[in-house]
Ligand binder design. Structure first.
Ligand SMILES: [Zn+2]
Length: 215
């Protein structure tokens, strides 16, 4: 615990003074984050580092497997659903990013059942079960299921009336990202092809699109 307390002290001593004005402004004016980031609880995913983001820039909902529960759940406590509603209705974010990743324990859990005592976990993982392929488990199959699950979660996001309404009005954009931990690479869902493509492909395509206008 001493190590954590030392880290807190370091935050107070070095990080906060550097961003003091930003924090004070965010308190006075309130937060206006640009995006809701739905990511896995996995300790290897560090959204602020991935996006070079500082205080006030990202509204984050993390859970096991970066999963999105259906909107019409009639009972229970649904933190992720509440975060989605808050981000869209209160904060009026313009982007929602569902970020999955390689070597996701949640996706592996669909093949290797969690212990019986973990009944919440077993039920939760059902939110990704439709992404499972009818093939033998292999590293390649797991990568594909991890990516298919992102599509499934994006689809389920559209079951939220406030999400569907704003997407259709062009006020909200949904994004699917797949972070390959070992390569330090983020693959981005190409909405045309439905495939996850390297960032260079996306940036290249954007550059191509703007080239004629600047010529
Ligand atoms: Zn994960």
């Amino acid at each position: 615990m001493d190590e954590f307390l030392a880290r807190l002290a370091r935050f107070e001593r070095t990080f906060f003074p550097r961003y003091e004005q930003t924090y004070r402004r965010l308190v006075q004016e309130g937060q206006h984050p640009k995006a809701l980031f739905i990511g896995c609880s996995d300790s290897r995913i560090v959204p602020h580092v991935l996006m070079n983001a500082g205080p006030g820039e990202l509204f984050i909902a993390r859970n096991v497997g970066n999963l999105v529960p259906p909107w019409d759940m009639s009972a229970g406590f649904h933190g992720t659903a509440a975060a989605i509603e808050f981000a869209v209705l209160q904060l009026q974010v313009h982007n929602i990013i569902v970020c999955g990743h390689s070597h996701c324990g949640a996706i592996r859990g669909l093949y290797e059942e969690p212990p019986p005592a973990a009944r919440h976990l077993r039920a939760w993982l059902d939110l990704a079960r439709d992404a499972v392929l009818p093939v033998r488990e292999s590293p390649e199959a797991l990568r594909r299921v991890e990516q298919r699950s992102i599509l499934l979660q994006l689809e389920r996001l559209m079951s939220y009336p406030m999400v569907a309404q704003r997407v259709q009005a062009g006020q909200l954009f949904l994004h699917g990202w797949y972070y390959v931990i070992e390569d330090g690479q983020v693959l981005v869902l190409d909405t045309e092809s439905g495939r996850f493509e390297p960032l260079s492909h996306q940036i290249g395509a954007a550059g191509d699109a703007t080239a004629p206008a600047t010529a």
